[in-house]
Design a binder for this molecule. Structure first.
Ligand code: FAD
Length: 385
């Protein structure tokens, strides 16, 4: 079949790879002229890695992955370690290491595997027409593309979602702002093989090892949405928000490059179950926008891609039927992840200060087993076991 994919993010490109492997002809249309991922890096948990392994990218993704052997929570002000434990039990339980990866490198790997000639940049979808057994994508430049089906992998602001749903749900501000970027790893901030998170006041500061001896860092601060912001102000603002926090946090703020530090107001969308209409289906953030609090949005998009290809391959009652089966295999799992992330988001960011304090108190008692159980629960239920 000829399949049109809208959006060349990690969902659209993974779908492009999976569908070509299943023998389909794929054309990916991307709005921007140059793909610049929002966000510096991403934790690809074992379920996301398994999807890439399944698509033949095992060695490539392993080469991009940072070595994250330990995890620790540190009290933000005192710098005292609340808990530190090995992630090896997690790896043993789920059968695959997680990989923190630099987004630009992941994007490049997926683009190459999908085939650059399959991806058309500077083509913004503006309308969809379904005509009999065909679907037509209409682009802002007036051009059109025709296929047997169309996959909307066009992200959280999806236009395809407006075609699929009569009343598309609105994005919901989750109440905090995230700053993220890359910095040279250094022991005066945290051990190089450890995901370290400083917590306090409903805020958090995290460093995670990625390839090339670097840390992926992020700062979360509960704030009203829509505040004015200039990149040049990043360090001044962060110094204010983290005034009095331990020295490694101050060192990190001193070392970040404000010009390459991203600022994102975090949103999600109330889960919805209808992902398909006729020959059109949603995938990735277009279908399930989540807060990043359990690091599963991109991994879930990869799961979607694998299940979509399987569904089209194994069902023969026509495209709309196969797309509905894809939807029915994915929507509950994705909704669970969105709601789990929202719950984690509220606890981490002080929506109910008593709950957040109880979580801080529990971290001093934690031997790792409770946290690993939570991460394993996110990973389980993925389509590849
Ligand atoms: P996107 O990556 O948003 O891609 C959509 C693409 O569609 C874009 O390239 C866009 O330009 C294009 N597009 C949009 N409209 C049109 C149009 N009309 N025509 C053509 N093209 C169009 N996930 C994890 O798994 N682990 C993590 O650790 C993690 N951390 C995160 C941290 C932060 C701060 C944030 C914000 C998110 C994080 N996520 C994480 C979530 C992850 O980034 C998303 O789930 C993932 O990027 C979704 O991929 P996607 O392809 O569905 O959408």
């Amino acid at each position: 079949m000829k399949i049109i994919i809208i959006g060349a993010g990690m969902g659209g490109l993974t779908a492009g790879i999976a569908l070509q492997r299943a023998g389909h002809e794929v054309e990916v249309f991307e709005r921007v002229q140059e793909i610049r991922p929002v966000g510096a890096a991403i934790s690809l948990w074992s379920n996301g890695v398994k999807c890439l392994n399944y698509l033949g990218l095992e060695q490539q993704v392993a080469a991009l992955g940072g070595r994250m052997d330990f995890m620790a929570y540190v009290q933000g002000h005192s710098g005292k370690t609340m808990t530190r434990f090995s992630l090896e039990p997690l790896v043993q339980q789920v059968g695959q290491r997680p990989y923190p990866v630099v987004r630009a490198a992941l994007q490049e790997m997926l683009l190459q595997a999908c085939g650059r000639d399959r991806v058309h940049l500077g083509r913004a979808l503006v309308a969809i027409e379904e005509q009999g057994d065909e679907v037509v994508a209409v682009f802002a430049d007036g051009s059109r593309a025709t296929g047997d089906l169309l996959i909307g992998a066009d992200g959280t602001h999806s236009i395809v979602r407006s075609h699929v749903l009569e009343h598309p749900p609105q994005r919901r501000y989750a109440g905090y702002v995230n700053w993220n970027g890359l910095v040279q790893a250094s022991a005066d901030m945290a051990p190089a093989d450890q995901w370290t998170t400083f917590v306090g006041e409903g805020k958090r500061v995290s460093v995670m090892p990625v390839a090339g001896g670097r840390f992926y860092f992020f700062f979360d601060v509960p704030l009203p949405g829509g505040l004015p912001y200039e990149r040049a102000d990043a360090q001044r603002l962060l110094r204010g928000y983290f005034d009095g926090w331990a020295q490694p946090v101050q060192t990190l703020i001193d070392r970040i490059d404000p010009q390459t530090t991203n600022r994102v107001e975090i949103h999600d969308i109330e889960p919805f179950m209808t992902w398909t209409r006729g020959r059109v289906a949603l995938l990735g953030d277009a279908a399930h926008s989540t807060t990043p609090d359990i690091g599963q949005g991109g991994c879930a998009a990869m799961e979607d891609a694998v299940v979509l290809a399987m569904s089209l391959q194994t069902h023969t009652l026509g495209v709309p039927d196969a797309l509905r089966r894809y939807q029915n295999r994915r929507n509950q799992r994705a909704a669970d992840l969105v709601l789990r992330a929202r719950k984690r988001c509220d606890i981490t960011h002080g929506s109910d200060p008593a709950l957040t304090q109880a979580w801080y108190d529990s971290l001093w008692q934690e031997d790792g087993s409770g946290i690993i159980r939570g991460i394993v629960a996110n990973i389980e239920g993925n389509p590849l076991g």
